[in-house]
Design a protein around this ligand. Sequence first.
Ligand code: FES
Length: 151
Amino acid sequence: MNRRSFLGWGAAGFAALCSSVAVSFGAVLRYLVPDVFYEPPQTFKVGKPADFAYGPPTFLADEKIYVFRDREKGFSVASAVCTHLGCTVNHFQSDDRFHCPCHGSIFAANGAVVHGPAPKPLPWFEVTLARDGQLSVDKDKVVPSTYHLMV
Ligand code: FES
């Protein structure tokens, strides 16, 4: 084997090594990225405005939210997930507060922490009117508790 031939085979071998490393790296990356995300969608429709009564909020168990409908202010949506360890809070009309059954946190009507151990207030989510006339909630958009949608 002469020198030119040796360098040619060396370059080919090096190229094969690089391509196999690149393919392996791509396979590892593909393995680390899941095909399906099992997290539920953060934007969803909850029904037509007429589906919601005035007065006590409507609890939607699947979405873990409370939908409020007020005659003067309109719609607002609060999270029903306790900010302590994630239990579902209950809204009591008698004191207009949210109570967590797990460790006793209490949240005011606007979601503020009245009694711990919850470290943060309940978040409120943006609610909009979709083109088909249904209310659409976006859990990725946290809004102040004073935010309302008038329909
Ligand atoms: S999960 Fe609500 S107080 Fe602990």
